[in-house]
Design a protein. Structure first.
Length: 355
């Protein structure tokens, strides 16, 4: 059967920028590969997709994305094993999530052949941009925006779906401390908190900037009504090890359903860990820290993979977490990465080979 992208228009760059890039020394998300995938949706119809050199795109100042925020995106990675094979990790979850996000923002559904096929074609073209080594990957950013040139407060008729890629090493460097936010809110019930909407992140920046002045890298967001229920962090879902229990917040409509979160739940439970999805309160967390019962906090996300939190701040007091010899976060991270980098069997079918 003929692939819908067999006749994809590809305009290759005249000169690759790769020779000027040190793939072993990267600031996350600041260097982009040579090409990008682009397809437009105009007046009810998807147009012909194309791959072109990465670079600026002409945009009308009246494009609705600038005025009403119809913009969603995804974060994914391609991994290279020791033999040079390249794999995606659970890409169907990202495809389903971007379309759930699009639905919530009244945007048309993206065809699977454009999402999956576009990513694979782009990776085939820019495969040399994938770094080698533990922790290295090609970060993939599908992004979907409203482009109709009209400033009436209404749903756009025109959209653009794009995929760009960026060679990546680690997301955070150094120790990560977080602060529990008790004034500002990431998301409210009935809102767009479970969608990967661009505006969710814009609303986080100012409170996070304030926290960074106090030495914290991220916030722990709490519920908008009482600021007592723990939800998630800015770039991560969160896990807590309190006594003998491992727990994470259940998925409300204020929490982004993370692919890495879901993977850790599966891996942990299949290896005999009792990981509970339950409500976790600020009071419980503070009391556990004060009693010495809080053993670990770690975050999970595509960009960070699995990240230990060395302590948290609340009401002008800092609570460090213990430094354990064999922390659970490290065990889970190793299990996850062994599957991602094709070093271990994949009984779940999570790896999708591209090259």
């Amino acid at each position: 059967m003929k692939d819908v992208l067999d006749d994809l228009k590809i305009i290759k760059t005249s000169q690759s920028r790769l020779p000027q890039v040190d793939l072993s020394n990267l600031t996350f998300g600041s260097v982009f590969s040579d090409h990008m995938f682009v397809v437009d949706y105009i007046d009810g119809q998807w147009q012909e997709p194309r791959i072109m050199p990465y670079g600026p795109l002409p945009m009308e100042p009246g494009a609705k994305v600038f005025h009403y925020g119809q913009a969603v995106f995804e974060g994914m990675k391609a991994f290279k094993d020791e033999q040079g094979n390249v794999f995606l990790f659970r890409p169907e979850m990202n495809f389903e999530r971007i379309n759930r996000s699009a639905w919530r923002l009244a945007m048309p559904q993206i065809p699977e052949e454009f999402f999956m096929g576009g990513i694979k074609k782009l990776i085939e073209l820019d495969k040399d941009w994938i770094p080698d080594g533990e922790g290295a990957s090609l970060y993939i950013r599908p992004v979907y925006i409203a482009t109709e040139n009209q400033i009436a407060a209404s749903v756009s008729r025109n959209y653009r779906f794009m995929i760009i890629t960026s060679p990546a090493q680690s997301y955070f460097s150094g120790e990560v401390k977080v602060k529990i936010e008790k004034r500002y809110t990431r998301a409210c019930h009935g809102g767009v908190g479970s969608a990967k909407a661009a505006g969710n992140y814009a609303a986080q920046f100012m409170p996070t900037q304030q926290a960074r002045k106090e030495g914290y890298k991220q916030l722990i967001w709490t519920d908008s009504k009482t600021h007592e229920l723990i939800e998630e962090s800015g770039a991560m879902n969160l896990f807590f090890r309190i006594g003998d229990e491992i727990c994470t917040s259940p998925l409300y409509d204020t929490i982004l359903p993370g692919v890495t979160r879901d993977s850790l739940l599966t891996l942990g439970r299949d290896h005999g860990l009792d990981i509970k999805e339950r409500k976790i309160t600020v009071t419980e967390l503070v009391e556990a820290a004060e009693k010495g019962e809080l053993k670990e906090i770690f975050g999970s996300g595509t960009a960070v993979t699995v990240l230990p939190i060395v302590g948290f701040g609340y009401e002008d007091k800092y609570y460090p977490t213990p430094q354990l010899d064999n922390p659970l976060w490290s065990v889970l991270k190793q299990m996850l990465m062994d599957i991602q980098y094709n070093r271990a069997p994949d009984p779940y079918g999570w790896r999708v080979k591209v090259l």
